[in-house]
Write a protein that binds this ligand. Structure first.
Ligand code: BT5
Length: 326
């Protein structure tokens, strides 16, 4: 794409001006065509300074999702090799599933600037206004179905680590995979198996993170927060996505190599309420006990009056001792 070729040329000369003439010679297009593309890039959020004699200088890339910027930021080898970025989708998980059914390769990433009917677990709604990171990855890992369920744990750790590295911010994980800051949910994860877990072994991993928008854009009843609310500024969504994909790739490779202990330790270090009295909701039933840890399958271990019991993520919900969400 001409626009991207112009960007490559400008990026090769950081903080320097590249003349319209040299761009035109390199890319074999007219200077008018270049000018036109520069206007489009500016509309996409690139800050490009143009000076009649000197040419063009790339000052700043956009914080909003942009395929070119994301590709520059990516350091993963398989995840993100192919990127599908749309302004709006019903749900990135649904789109990723379609791609997977059409034979989409391991590591394809689907992103939308906003979602019109984002989904949570158990058909719950997920609010996804623009400014958030709404991303799904097609994974075809070399894992058994039992081990594949650990990928959602890996995704939690990948997101928490990215927040710590990029923003020096520590968020907690509420079992199994809600990401919480000061008692408020900032991100959620939705892992879905496509078809049968047979030779094809396809998992769609959806990650939703409230990033560059004020909390008011979410429904009034939600116990939610956004990164913008916490940092009081916007951040680069492309760098955040790239960092998460990199972290996730490492975790998936570790799981494929049967190295689960490191992931379990990382997960436990970030777990909320570990060692505390909690309540487990199973339908109408409430079970009380001490949150002791997670099993090798990611199930929650609860020490109750009747001994230590394990609960899998599909069947129960975790609440604080007072019964609150956290
Ligand atoms: C989740 O479900 O937390 C998984 C959310 C996954 C969203 C991503 S976005 C990219 C990909 N494409 C999709 O369509 N989905 C994935 P769950 O644990 O069921 O939580 C859902 C509950 O969280 C809702 O019932 C609300 O109470 C609350 N909620 C909805 N939107 C929220 C938001 N933006 N921030 C915080 N909480 C929210």
């Amino acid at each position: 794409m001409l626009r991207h070729d112009i960007l490559y040329l400008l990026a090769e000369h950081p903080e320097k001006y590249v003349s319209g003439e040299s761009i035109s010679q390199h890319l074999k297009v007219t200077r008018a065509a270049i000018w036109k593309q520069i206007q489009v890039l500016k509309e996409e959020g690139f800050q490009i300074e143009g000076q009649t004699r000197k040419g063009y200088c790339l000052l700043k890339t956009p914080f909003s999702l942009n395929e070119w910027v994301l590709k520059q930021a990516l350091t993963s080898t398989s995840l993100g090799k192919k990127i599908h970025l749309e302004d709006e989708l019903e749900s990135t998980n649904v789109r990723a599933k379609e791609l997977a059914r059409q034979g989409g390769a391991h590591g394809q990433v689907v992103l939308a600037r906003c979602q019109s009917s984002g989904r949570g677990r158990l058909q719950r709604q997920w609010e996804a206004p623009s400014g958030g990171l709404w991303m799904s990855v097609v994974l075809r890992p070399n894992l058994s179905l039992a081990d594949a369920s650990k990928i959602t744990l890996a995704a939690s750790v990948a997101i928490v680590d990215a927040f710590e590295k990029l923003f020096d911010l520590r968020i907690g994980i509420k079992w199994p995979n809600d990401l919480i800051f000061n008692g408020l949910k900032i991100a959620g994860i939705l892992g879905e198996v496509v078809g049968e877990w047979n030779a094809v072994r396809t998992l769609i991993l959806g990650m939703g993170i409230n990033v560059n928008f004020p909390r008011e854009q979410l429904g009034p009843l939600l116990n939610a927060t956004t990164l913008f609310e916490i940092l009081k500024k916007e951040v680069d969504l492309n760098i955040l996505a790239a960092t998460i994909l990199r972290n996730l790739e490492k975790q998936v490779i570790a799981l494929e190599n049967k190295e689960f202990e490191e992931l379990r330790t990382s997960w436990l270090e970030r777990a909320i309420s570990l060692g505390e009295e909690v309540r487990i909701l199973r339908g109408e039933q409430i079970i009380q006990g001490t949150f002791k840890g997670i099993t090798i399958d990611g199930a929650l271990l609860l020490e109750t009056d009747d001994g230590v019991k394990s609960f899998s993520a599909g069947e129960v919900q975790l609440r604080s001792k007072e019964g609150k969400y956290f």
